[in-house]
Design a protein around this ligand. Structure first.
Ligand SMILES: [Zn+2]
Length: 335
């Protein structure tokens, strides 16, 4: 176990720099409805890396929770160290629970297999993932004969994907729009990426233009209205300040997707046991817990996560929606 995996910050320790006078921060109006002057709702901090304190506002008009002030877009990269995944493949491979992980993974499945089944069921062929990270999902989809494209801002992730022969643009969605043909994808996926976007409304409009008629939008993200979020409060992993800019719940995500011209919207809980375990780490250690302890809790929890998700819900949700075709477009087709 590397020492960088143990980074305890005793609770109450005054190591936190108040960030509000820093010039890499900006105050913002509600990213969903534009309403300004909203009161602070909660203070939390960047438990993963900098330990800096940030706050979350609640929009008085639409109820959305959003990080305010937020780090300016041009300064956010330093909050994304290359090792963003805390307990990823590297740490897991070193752990003595590696065999157990593979067994439980085989028995209880993984989120990518669920997405694969969903895409097969939809008849999709060409899939865009925004923020593919390590690219595991795109690789799985390609192995299953989907035509895949990624958009990613992290240099290393882009390089790794391109090395594996997967087309991935080094760009954010706005930049990528210049290169991607409209109405060309059957499905667009954002797996824990949408909550990182500075302009979510604009992004959904862009995605809508990239999708074919009745194309599928799949978004997985933390649920700020979940019991897990309420239980852990400022220590909840799903806040992930300052990287998460909007903290959606079932109501706000449904509304924003609907307003962007999508229909047949379904919002369902998805098992996300790492969020629960990492939240315990934030509470007990003020940051990451030792890797061995993490896996000691994670695997038993993962084994029962399907059951607990159906009994009490989970800290994450998945939204699926179809691009609506406007009546005039339908009419044009009929002519
Ligand atoms: Zn609002």
């Amino acid at each position: 176990m590397g020492t960088d995996e143990l980074d305890p910050l005793p609770l109450g320790a005054d190591l936190v720099m108040m960030s509000h006078d820093r010039n890499d921060l900006e105050s913002s109006d509600c990213p969903l409805c534009g309403s300004g002057g909203n009161p602070r709702f909660l203070k939390s901090r960047d438990f993963l890396y900098t330990k800096e304190e940030f706050s979350i506002a609640r929009c008085a008009a639409c109820g959305a929770l959003y990080t305010d002030p937020r780090v300016k877009k041009e300064a956010i990269a330093k909050y994304y160290p290359s090792k963003y995944s805390l307990y990823g493949t590297e740490a897991t491979a070193k752990s003595r629970f590696c065999g157990l992980r593979q067994t439980i993974g085989a028995v209880f499945g993984n989120p990518n297999l669920r997405i694969l089944r969903r895409l097969r069921g939809s008849g999709a062929k060409k899939v865009l993932e925004i923020g593919p990270g390590d690219g595991a999902l795109l690789e799985l989809l390609r192995e299953n004969d989907f035509e895949v494209v990624g958009i990613e801002t992290n240099d290393e992730c882009v390089r790794r994907l391109n090395d594996r022969g997967i087309k991935c643009l080094k760009a954010d969605l706005n930049e990528a729009m210049a290169f991607l043909p409209v109405s060309s994808f059957d499905a667009v996926i954002m797996h824990h990426a949408f909550e990182h976007l500075y302009e979510p409304i604009r992004a959904l409009r862009s995605i809508s233009s990239l999708l074919m008629d009745h194309g599928l939008l799949l978004i997985a993200l933390p649920d700020a209205g979940s019991w897990e979020a309420r239980l852990f409060g400022q220590f909840w992993r799903g806040l992930d300040l300052p990287r998460h800019l909007v903290h959606y719940d079932r109501i706000t995500i449904r509304k924003v997707v609907s307003d962007a011209g999508f229909g047949s919207i379904q919002v369902v809980p998805v098992a996300f046991p790492s969020s629960f375990v990492e939240s315990i780490g934030f509470y007990l250690f003020g940051g990451r817990m030792p890797v061995s302890l993490y896996f000691m809790i994670f695997y038993p929890l993962k084994a029962v996560s399907w059951l607990t998700m159906h009994l009490v819900g989970s800290g994450a949700i998945e939204v699926s929606a179809l691009k609506l075709v406007s009546p005039c477009q339908d009419g044009d087709k009929g002519k």
